[in-house]
Design a binder for this molecule. Sequence first.
Ligand code: AVI
Length: 330
Amino acid sequence: MKPEPSPLPPSPGVVRFYSFLPSADRLREDVLEGLALPQKNIPPKYFYDEPGCRLFEAICELPEYYLTRTETAILRGHIADIAQFVGPDAELIEYGSGVQAKTRILIQALQTRLYVPIDIALGTLEASSKELASRFPWLNVVGICADYTRPLALPSFAGVPIRRKAAFFPGSTVGNFTPAEALRFLRQVHRSVGAGGALLIGVDLKKDKATLDAAYADAKGVTARFNLNLLARINRELSADFQTSRFRHKAFYDPSQGRVEMHLESLYSQIVHVDGQRFDFRPGETIHTEISCKYSIAEFQELGKRAGFSPEKVWTDPEQLFSIHGMVAA
Ligand code: AVI
C-alpha cells in the first residue's frame, strides 16, 4: 500500500497518525476463506480489537508467560551495549508497537528524536504514542496504523537529522509467522531500513514442552479468553452466531515443528453462520488461530542472513529463555 504523499516534517512532541488500514471487507474475506478450508483457520492479526488488546496486555503479566518480562530484563540489563549497537541519531521504526513499554527503555537510552510506531490497533497506537510524546519532549512520534504483514511503503520525513534507520520488532511476534512468511517480512524490513540499517528483534527460544504448554494455556484462563474473543469479534463485526461456550481453547507445543499451536475446538456437532454463510463443525474439529514458532539462536541467524542481514549481536537471559538479535542490513 502506498503512503500518503510527502507528509509534513514532524515537530517534537507532536503526534501524527497515518492510517493504511484495509477495509472491514478484508476481515470478512479472510474469515470466510479460512473457515471454508479443510483445516479451518483465522489469521492471528484479528485477535487485536480493543478487548483483544486488553487481554493481550493481561497475558503479558501472567506468571506463566515469561516472554515479556524476560525480554524486558534483557533490554534493561544490556541497554548500554544495545544503544552502542544502534548508534546515535537513528530513526526508530517499531513493528507491532502495542503499549510501547519496552520502547521507553530504548528511547531513553538512544535519545531517539524520530519514532515511527506501526500497529494494527488504532486505539492502543494513539494512546501509547501520546503518552510517549509527553514523556520525552524532544521526541517526534509519527504513528502508522497499518497491517504490517502486508507490503507497506513507509513515508520518509524531512526535518529530523537521521544517520540510520533502525527497526525494532520485540515480543517474538516474528514467531507468529511461518518461517517462509518471516523471511518475506524480514526482506520487507530490509527494504525499509536500507543498506546499513539496523534490526533489533526479540525471538523466543526453543525450550521444554511443559514451560511452553503452560505459557499458552495459563491457569487463570486469560489466554483462553484471548483466543475465544476472536469468535466474539466475528459475531460483532460479521453478524455471526458463534456460541463461544460451545468452543474451548486448545494450545500445545509441537517439538517436531518447533512451534506452539493455538486452536478453538468445537465441543459439539454444530452449525455456525457468518455473514449469511453456513459452516458445519464436527465435535473435536478445530479452527487453527495461531502459531508461535520458537527458534534456536543459530536458526534465527540463518533466517536473518537469508533476508540479507548480517547477524552481529545476540543478547539473552541467564536461563536462555529468550533472545534479542542485533542485525545489520547488508
Ligand atoms: C504477540 N505474540 C508474540 C504472542 C505469542 O506469544 O505468540 C501472542 C500470544 N498468543 C497467546 N499468548 C500470547
